[in-house]
Design a protein around this ligand. Structure first.
Ligand SMILES: Nc1ncnc2c1ncn2[C@@H]1O[C@H](COP(=O)(O)OP(=O)(O)O)[C@@H](O)[C@H]1O
Ligand SMILES: [Mg+2]
Length: 234
């Protein structure tokens, strides 16, 4: 389990995360919704040590990762797909993928290599020699996920993966996250698209002003118009 307990995170004097707790488990997708600026990205940055929390803890199967440097958090098996994707524009698809190889978690079940990644994302095999800046938005998102998988994670943190993508690509992405879950991955799915979360998550949380204000099943949230209106503006 990846246990985030009572995280408090600041940017300078600005108090952003005000006591956030949630748990990721293998083969489960936790959806996290919330308007822009409520602290969703700050949460994943806190988990991987990019913006370390001032209080609270991050534990992976009991091991304390709070304040560990990002590279060692990745090595322990946590993959981040950042909101900005951060593809290297002048490197090819394959070079982008290989970059994360060195950072990979060393383990017996080291299952992700180029072959496995290309099997999951055939389009990346076709584009293996293309530079990052010659990829479509959808291809860049696939590459960002594939690159995280090369680190052989047990838990994947996806920060608004559907942002800016066409509906057909969003559906493809949905199949990918379902496949990863069925293979044992625990996933934190941060989203603005309510429908995508309702279709794919096992549990949903809503964040508002740096705190989690709602937790339910997707079905419960789907039928709760008041909560949707109050926190998601839909
Ligand atoms: N690097 C930063 N320095 C200062 N403030 C930041 C920084 N990044 C985000 N913030 C602020 O922290 C709050 C939460 O941002 P963020 O976690 O990106 O929200 P979300 O991902 O939910 O849109 C916002 O008020 C944002 O302006
Ligand atoms: Mg964000």
């Amino acid at each position: 389990m990846l246990e985030i307990s009572d995280i408090h995170t600041y940017y300078g004097a600005s108090y952003v995360l005000q006591g956030v707790s949630l748990t990721l488990e293998p083969s489960k997708i936790v959806g996290l919704l919330g308007r822009n600026g409520v602290g969703k990205t700050t949460l994943v940055r806190s988990i991987v040590g990019l913006t370390p929390p001032k209080r609270g803890s991050v534990r992976l199967d009991g091991q304390d990762l709070t304040n560990a440097p990002t590279h060692s958090v990745v090595k322990q098996g946590i993959g981040l797909v950042p909101q900005e994707r951060r593809i290297f524009p002048s490197l090819t698809v394959e070079e982008n993928l290989n970059i994360n190889r060195r950072a990979a978690r060393a383990s017996q079940d080291n299952r992700w290599g180029l072959e496995e990644v290309y099997e999951l994302f055939p389009v990346l095999r076709d584009r293996r020699g293309n530079r990052g800046n010659h990829l479509s938005g959808g291809e860049q998102q696939m590459l960002a996920i594939a690159r995280a998988l090369m680190g052989n994670p047990r838990y994947l943190l996806l920060d608004e993966p559907t942002e800016g993508l066409a509906p057909i690509i969003v559906r493809e992405l949905g199949k990918i996250v379902d496949t990863l879950r069925s293979q044992g991955m625990g996933i934190l799915l941060i989203e603005q698209q309510l429908h995508f979360v309702l279709s794919h998550a096992d549990t949903v949380f809503i964040m508002n002003k740096g705190a989690l204000v709602h937790e339910s099943t997707p079905a419960e949230l789907e039928s709760d118009r008041d909560i949707q209106a109050k926190y998601l503006g839909v």
